[in-house]
Design a protein around this ligand. Structure first.
Ligand SMILES: Nc1ncnc2c1ncn2[C@@H]1O[C@H](COP(=O)(O)OP(=O)(O)OP(=O)(O)O)[C@@H](O)[C@H]1O
Ligand SMILES: [Mg+2]
Length: 375
């Protein structure tokens, strides 16, 4: 975001951008608030506002109303007025702008949210980033091992007592800890992330859903009583339907109805390239573009079961930035994709009747077009 400094001739009255204001240290000024940056870049003159709608410390969207003394390097001001709060932004995760808008509404309303998208499209990192950017206490819970509804709240552990006889203990899960913590700390908001909700036993999910929604109370298996879910607990669940967006997904309509669903997908190619470039600045941009192009050819191919996540493209970058693979990229890239891409599908790359073989055919064809040496 922090690109080069604006030149004064690039800024004109009427332009809009984001800014965060702080009290103006100049005493007696008619402008109570001041900012040093406009739309993520350093401003060539101090940015001032007297608009009472601007709140200090909160990012907002503003419009330039006047620029004084544009010809002077050392003097002059940029005056702005308030348009609205800054759009909700989550650092480090790319999110479709429409999904982002909906997410903002759902988070403000406190509705349960269901993130629905293919493997490795960013559901888990998004949930973490939401908690971080909104200052919520993040509670991660993987539903894959849940068999009984009570498993959401406690696990049973058996240990030997002093006499040697087995004793069973209930150990609270992170979810129950969060519900208790939220009741004890009403000023703190909690985000409980139920990862892989589609993978837990259906009966357990059946028992959980109404509790999260209408009744907002759950059975405390240790205290043997129902406890309310405080309002400062918000649930976000993630499901992974596989690339075909059908099958494998066994949440029925009535259950789904209790969550506001948000569909996610892989970032567009140019955004995926940016994500990877930021994380692996030593890998040539051109190579990253090629790797993402090949990945997208596979993601779009019909008749292959399974898909390629951003983890797979990132793994390729991990290889490419290593000195052991710093030689001729024209041979290194095919070697890497043979394992990092094909290895994520069933079968073998050299067996064209398997998914791995079909994927290799796509990889090889795309790489040849891009002038790589493919055996
Ligand atoms: N939209 C995105 N923006 C930034 N990084 C992303 C995005 N999508 C995926 N990634 C990166 O890909 C990796 C996998 O992301 P993540 O674990 O969030 O996927 P997921 O959707 O939860 O996958 P799964 O369905 O397998 O649980 C992480 O390293 C993450 O940083
Ligand atoms: Mg995940």
């Amino acid at each position: 975001m922090s690109g080069r400094k604006w030149k004064i001739e690039e800024l004109k009255p009427g332009m809009t951008g984001e800014a965060t204001f702080w009290p103006n240290p100049v005493e007696g000024s008619e402008f109570s608030l001041r900012a040093t940056h406009f739309d993520g870049r350093r401003a060539p003159k101090v940015v001032l506002t007297r608009d009472p709608r601007v709140l200090g410390g909160a990012p907002c969207l503003v419009r330039i109303t006047a620029i004084t003394k544009p010809e002077r390097e050392d003097r002059g001001t940029i005056e702005v007025e308030w348009i609205g709060p800054a759009p909700f932004r989550i650092e480090s995760v790319w999110l479709d702008p429409l999904v982002s808008k909906k997410l903002q509404v759902l988070l403000q309303s406190g509705l349960n949210i269901l993130l629905d998208g293919p493997q490795g499209c960013g559901k888990t990192v998004l949930a973490r980033a939401i908690a971080q950017s909104l200052g919520l206490e993040f509670v991660f819970f993987n539903c894959g091992a849940v068999i009984d509804a009570s498993d959401f709240f406690a696990t049973i552990q058996v240990r030997a007592s002093a006499s040697g006889a087995p004793v069973t203990d209930f150990v609270k899960t992170e979810v129950l800890e969060a519900i208790e913590g939220a009741a004890a700390h009403p000023e703190q908001r909690y985000l409980v992330f139920l990862d892989e909700l589609n993978r837990c036993q259906e009966s357990a999910r059946n028992a959980l859903m109404p509790a999260l929604d209408s009744t907002r109370r759950v059975f405390h298996p240790i205290e043997n009583r129902f406890v309310p879910i405080p309002d400062n607990v918000q649930f976000i669940a993630a499901v992974n339907r596989g690339r075909e967006f059908s099958g494998t997904f066994s949440i029925d309509a009535a259950q789904l109805d209790r969550f506001a669903p948000l569909q996610m997908d892989y970032p567009p190619a140019e955004e995926e390239v940016k994500i990877l470039q930021n994380r692996h600045p030593d890998v040539a941009a051109r190579l990253i573009e090629h790797v993402v192009a090949v990945a997208n050819a596979i993601r779009k191919a019909p008749d292959i079961s399974g898909t390629l996540s951003v983890r797979a493209t990132e793994e390729t970058c991990v290889y490419l930035e290593h000195p052991l693979f710093s030689g001729d990229a024209r041979t290194a890239v095919p070697e890497i994709l043979r394992s990092s891409f094909c290895g994520r599908f069933s079968g073998r790359p050299d067996d064209p009747d398997t998914d791995a073989g079909a994927v290799w055919a796509i990889v090889a064809a795309r790489l040849r077009e891009l002038s790589y040496k493919v055996e």
